[in-house]
Design a protein around this ligand. Structure first.
Ligand code: HAM
Length: 423
């Protein structure tokens, strides 16, 4: 049987991978400007981390984790997200002890969720995410959101919608939870099995149920914003006020609930409003998680972050018809004919690369015409031509592809000549 790629995964081939590199570089540059440093955590972690971190009543933990036992009978899980691992490292490596707080980190890497694959939903997907740990200042919430929006905008996306909500602090959440239980309980038998199971443990998740979305009780469900205490309300107002001052548009949606359990206060998602974007319009999501560090065994430390997947970002770019300005050129392509010319080209190619330029040649002894075509396909700035005449005269012809202007230079001056022309 032919071996095929696992369902919900993809090969990212040359031609496509340049887009990924471009986006990743943009993200890295942005993080540098905003003061976020990279962290790389393992691809798998103790299963316990996600049960405690993400929450055992979430879809991720209940249905979507790639969990396995290793030969030492430890239960391990391929990371479904990057926040819990980052917090685990923050606690384990005592990053809270560093003099500069908050600790601002970012990550780019694959995450794994056993979901039903469709456009924008993969079983292995790449997240870029940031986490800021150690400050409860609303300006940090605004900063995280601003960074997310700036990444999208810097890539040319325009049709975006930033949706915000506040889940409030523990006290507010508790009151809201009680209200939700009272609201749904008398009619819970009309809801799906998942919702029934969630009633007592995590009623907030009922609001996010796809199956029961049109049930009458969904529309009249108590809104979390009505249960915020004064501190929580004030905090949320401050975040909004910073965003307004920064000129970042948003809408408040009291029905926004996130799929992970660790959130409190600020929660947000960024959606694509581009026509033709698939069924899943959420490009990224994040929020504040003030209890997570403690949950994972660290000192009481507030946190906030967000993550996006590069897969969905690429879909959004496509939907808005944006082509990334990817530079595919090669500085010089050698067109050589005959054994001596091939040998000369091999050495000059090496020297040119050593001098810091990108250069390529033919390895299949193709006819010169075919080599010129290859130079075009490689978007060569210059072609260096070594035919029999050139070899006889100890010279090389250099053609600037854009203008078609050709010059002949002595072989031993070629590198310095091209260095001057290319710089
Ligand atoms: P999340 O909402 O589960 O949050 O995922 C964040 C983003 O990852 C989504 O908005 C989407 O772009 C992408 N994503 C999720 N699942 C898939 C999938 N199966 N295929 C493609 N893309 C996907 C988190 O993961 C939180 N850790 C975010 C966060 C960071 N909150 C605070 N800090």
């Amino acid at each position: 049987m032919r071996i095929q790629i696992p369902r919900g995964t993809q090969d990212i081939l040359p031609g496509e991978v340049e887009k990924w590199q471009y986006i990743e570089q943009k993200a890295r540059d942005l993080c540098k400007r905003y003061g976020y440093e990279e962290i790389r955590t393992p691809m798998f972690e103790s299963t316990e981390l996600f049960i405690r971190g993400v929450g055992d009543t979430t879809d991720i933990v209940q249905k979507e984790m790639y969990t396995f036992e290793d030969r030492g009978e430890r239960s391990l899980t391929l990371r479904p997200e990057g926040t819990a691992p980052t917090v685990r490292a923050f606690v384990e490596k005592k990053l809270f002890g560093n003099p500069d707080q908050p600790t601002k980190l970012y990550y780019i890497g694959p995450m794994f969720r056993y979901e039903r694959p469709q456009a924008g939903r993969m079983r292995q997907f790449y997240q870029f995410g940031i986490e800021a740990l150690g400050s409860n200042d609303p300006s940090l919430d605004a900063e995280v959101i601003a960074l997310a929006m700036e990444l999208y905008r810097s890539l040319g996306l325009k049709k975006l919608r930033l949706v915000m909500n506040s889940l409030g602090d523990t006290e507010s959440r508790k009151k809201h939870k009680e209200a939700l239980i009272n609201h749904f309980k008398p009619h819970i038998h009309e809801f799906c099995g998942d919702c029934q199971a969630r009633l007592e443990t995590n009623p907030l998740r009922i609001l996010d149920c796809k199956k029961d979305r049109d049930h009458e009780l969904m529309k009249t469900a108590p809104a979390v914003l009505d249960y915020l205490n004064d501190d929580s309300r004030h905090y949320f107002e401050q975040v909004q006020s910073y965003l307004r001052m920064m000129g970042i548009d948003f809408v408040v949606d009291a029905t926004l609930v996130r799929g992970l359990d660790y959130y409190n206060h600020t929660a947000f998602e960024i959606m694509s409003e581009a026509e033709g974007f698939g069924a899943i319009t959420t490009l990224s999501g994040g929020g504040r998680y003030n209890g997570l560090v403690q949950e994972i065994g660290g000192p009481e430390t507030p946190g906030i972050g967000f993550a996006l997947s590069i897969e969905r970002l690429l879909l959004a770019l496509e939907a808005e018809g944006i082509t990334l300005p990817i530079d595919k050129h090669v500085d010089c392509y050698f067109v050589a004919h005959g054994e001596k010319a091939q040998a000369e080209a091999t050495v000059l190619l090496y020297k040119l690369r050593q001098a810091g330029f990108s250069a390529e040649k033919d390895y299949l002894h193709k006819k010169m015409k075919a080599q010129f075509k290859a130079a075009d396909r490689k978007h060569a700035k210059f072609t260096a031509i070594l035919g029999e005449d050139e070899i006889e005269q100890g010279k090389i012809s250099v053609k600037e592809m854009e203008t078609g202007v050709q010059e002949t230079v002595p072989l031993d001056e070629f590198i310095s000549y091209l260095t001057k022309r290319l710089s």
